[in-house]
Ligand binder design. Structure first.
Ligand code: FCB
Length: 473
């Protein structure tokens, strides 16, 4: 027995024996080294360097310098007793420009990272696309253009050839909703376009890319577990009115079902296609696409952060230009409004709603699939203030994790095949449009010195992982 085990009280809520306890990051948010070893620009480099796009003008140029400090970071994971690390590959690092042969120096970084993980018995979980499209592919039209799906599949196949001997767990896309609707609809994310029809085409081509990539990986000789990660939301109406019920249906349609239905059931939901009619006739969907999109998977990744509570004024007949012309992540449903209910919020102003996670997990396993599910992201930003030693007592984050892990445990008790949990994030990092102003890490990063200090939540999470569970309350 190790000294750690002696100190640990037995858990009340015990998780299945082989449950994965992980932490996640994404390439652009942590790596830095944006111009090293042949890497070329991605849409996030361009976007973050465009004045006014990211708070404080922050960029991922240095981020957490994970590219150079990955050994120290794997060490940290090992000390925290993590059983898996979910990271993403910077496409323009391994295949500059998004076409042609792989760049050996770029691939080598991931090979070294994965080998380091292997030495510590930490399972590598690789995400192929976490939002950083090579800029050249955006210049050729980006995700609204069909060819991008084929480029992605080629990249996936090449990466699997390069790393399939060391990596078994492959996620094609992270949160295609954000890529499509924040990237091309509201413009809050790179590439920052406000084109409702293009955002719907992007969603389709992302899913097509996912299906083609799944097939490309399966065509390789090395075994692989393949999945996709969707950001799913519980959605509730503000009131019992018909208009609010309609708003709920619409937002559920555009946030959840527009991805769940094609990927897991092989069809678009009729009501969503109808809601989108003012924006697109969906003629970009070709025969056979949905079969590709619904290629069989080995697992489903779910990211969960909060619930949407929505309401809507009655929609007047016909298209209302007042709404339709405003940049929106909900094309065709621009009139829907998002409210809060006065629950405690994180620094993102997202309401903390663990019951929503249980709702999502139940729904996915009842209505969609019996595939193993992994919670590939869950976590919270708080305004962490380090003490004189750089230590952060983040009780709010511990409470957030505890509530959500209890919801996970409840789901498992009810028979949901949830097989793992990844805290977002291992490190404080570049939080997209919010730059470095939002800290999601279980580890505090002092950016000027790049010093990492595990927060109280990291120690707590390490205990959970070692006990394989937590106290019931
Ligand atoms: C998710 C993203 C992740 C991180 C968290 C807070 O939507 O996948 O990169 O930004 O939100």
């Amino acid at each position: 027995m190790t000294s750690n085990e002696i100190l640990l009280a037995p858990a009340d809520l015990v998780f299945p024996t082989d449950f994965l306890w992980g932490a996640a990051t994404a390439a652009y948010q942590v790596e830095g080294a944006v111009a090293e070893d042949g890497r070329t620009a991605s849409i996030w480099d361009t976007f973050s360097h465009t004045p006014g796009r990211v708070l404080q003008g922050d960029t991922g140029d240095v981020a957490c310098d994970h590219y150079h400090r990955y050994r120290e970071d794997v060490d940290l994971m090992s000390r925290l007793g993590l059983s898996s690390y979910r990271f993403s590959v910077s496409w323009s690092r391994v295949q500059p420009g998004g076409r042609g042969p792989l760049n050996p120096a770029g691939v080598d970084f991931y090979r070294r990272l994965v080998d380091e993980l292997g030495e510590r018995d930490i399972l590598p979980w690789l995400t192929l696309y976490h939002w950083d499209l090579p800029q050249e592919l955006e210049d050729a039209g980006g995700w609204p253009v069909r060819d991008t799906a084929y480029r992605f599949a080629e990249f996936a196949g090449l990466m699997h050839e390069a790393l399939g001997d060391r990596v078994q767990h492959w996620t094609t896309l992270n949160e295609p909703w954000c890529s499509a609707f924040l990237g091309y609809g509201s413009g809050d994310h790179a590439p920052g376009r406000n084109e409702p029809a293009a955002s719907v085409r992007a969603a389709h081509h992302l899913m097509l890319g996912h299906g083609l990539a799944t097939q490309a990986i399966r065509a390789g000789t090395m075994p692989a577990q393949v999945g996709v990660t969707l950001n799913l939301y519980a959605v509730s109406p503000v009131s019992e009115t018909e208009a609010d019920a309609d708003a709920t249906r619409r937002v559920d349609g555009l946030a959840n079902r527009i991805f769940l239905d094609p990927v897991l059931l092989g069809r678009y939901p009729d009501d969503v296609v109808e809601d989108l009619r003012p924006v697109t006739d969906m003629s970009h969907v070709r025969d056979g696409d949905l079969e590709v999109i619904s290629s069989s998977l080995d697992m489903l990744g779910v990211n969960y952060y909060t619930r949407y509570v929505v309401c809507a004024p009655e929609i007047p007949d016909g298209v209302d230009d007042r709404w339709r012309s405003a940049p929106s992540a909900f094309p065709g449903s621009e009139h829907v409004q998002f409210k809060d209910r006065g629950l405690p919020v994180t620094a993102m102003n997202w309401e903390i709603d663990a019951p929503g996670l249980l709702e999502v997990l139940r729904r996915v396993s009842r209505e969609y699939t019996d595939l193993p599910i992994y919670l590939t992201e869950n976590g919270a930003a708080f305004d962490d203030v380090p003490d004189s030693e750089g230590r952060v007592e983040d009780a709010g984050r511990v409470d957030f994790f505890a509530q959500h892990l209890r919801a996970c445990h409840q789901a498992i008790t009810e028979g949901v095949p949830l097989r793992g949990y990844f805290a977002w994030s291992l490190l404080d990092n570049f939080e997209w449009g919010f730059g470095y102003t939002k800290r999601f890490g279980i580890t505090y990063v002092d950016y000027p010195t790049q010093r990492r200090t595990p927060k109280a939540s990291a120690d707590w999470y390490a205990q959970v992982s070692r006990r394989n569970g937590l106290a019931a309350e």
